[in-house]
Structures are given as C-alpha cells and as structure tokens.
Design a protein around this ligand. Structure first.
Ligand SMILES: O=c1ccn([C@H]2C[C@H](O)[C@@H](CO)O2)c(=O)[nH]1
Ligand SMILES: [Zn+2]
Length: 139
C-alpha cells in the first residue's frame, strides 16, 4: 500500500464529503461523493449524477477521475469514496476498471462514511488480474 500522509487523507475526506453534498441522485436517493489526490498533489472531486434514463447514471468515482483528467491530471495517488451509509460503499465494478486505468496497483482506495468509519483497499485488491493499457501493447 502506498503511503499517504494523514493531512492528505483528511483533505480527501473533506473533499469527498463536499462532492457528496452535490450528488444528483433523485432516483436512488443514494448520494455518493469521491475525491482523488493527483500525482502533483492536487485534490479533485466528483459526485454521482443520475438520469431519468437510469442506465446513463455515472458514479462519483468515475466523475471524480474524469474531473481530474479534464484539469490536466492523469495519475492519481489515492481515491476516497464518501457516503452517509452505515455499510461503507465500495466502488462498483465499472468504477474499479476506471480506477485501474489511472491509479497504480498499490494505490490507496478508501471508503468513509458520516461517522468517519473507514475501510481501505489497494487498487489490486479491488480488481486483481485487471485488463490494463499494458494488455493492449501485445501483438
Ligand atoms: O461506489 C458507488 C456505488 C454507487 N454509486 C451510485 C450510482 C447510483 O447513482 C447510486 C446507487 O447505485 O449510487 C456511486 O456513485 N458509487
Ligand atoms: Zn461505480
């Protein structure tokens, strides 16, 4: 597991909570925020954005990483997911694949809730034997 400073974790949790406050989830009423620490030390955030055409919903984690890419960042050191659920929210399968694209296998992914309960994984624990950009290089 790559080491992230405790003040960076605090800042990530606070940004993920700010993302959570912006969630657009009128259909599920399941609000999610996410924040990521970029390789250059910036923090980007996201929230889930649902749609009347339910399948078009985009999770907080993917919106967060897309926001990072839009702001010029393509490498992230950690990702935090914030919900107000007693049971901590792990990234869904689609998000795990996108996380693998932009975070190293030993990077930190953490779920946190309104009670400050926390659970953490490495990227590799969330999606072992992932299909990655490297798999595209083989002929
Ligand atoms: O890790 C997760 C899990 C779910 N959701 C969203 C998708 C949908 O809007 C709602 C319920 O699945 O929560 C996320 O944003 N991240
Ligand atoms: Zn997801």
């Amino acid at each position: 597991m790559s080491k992230i400073k405790s003040d960076e974790i605090l800042a990530l949790v606070s940004a993920a909570k700010a993302g959570f406050e912006k969630a657009y989830a009128p259909y599920s009423n399941f609000h999610v925020g996410a924040a990521a620490l970029t390789a250059s030390g910036k923090i980007v955030k996201g929230c889930n954005v649902e749609n009347a055409s339910y399948g078009l919903t985009v999770c907080a984690e993917r919106n967060c990483l897309a926001q990072g890419v839009i702001s010029g960042e393509q490498v992230f050191k950690a990702l935090v997911v914030y919900t107000n659920q007693e049971k901590l929210t792990p990234p869904c399968g689609a998000c795990r694949q996108v996380i693998v694209e932009f975070l190293a296998p030993d990077a930190l992914v953490m779920a946190v809730n309104h009670n400050n309960n926390k659970k953490q994984w490495t990227v590799n624990e969330l999606l072992p034997d992932a299909f990655t950009p490297k798999d595209l290089l083989e002929k």
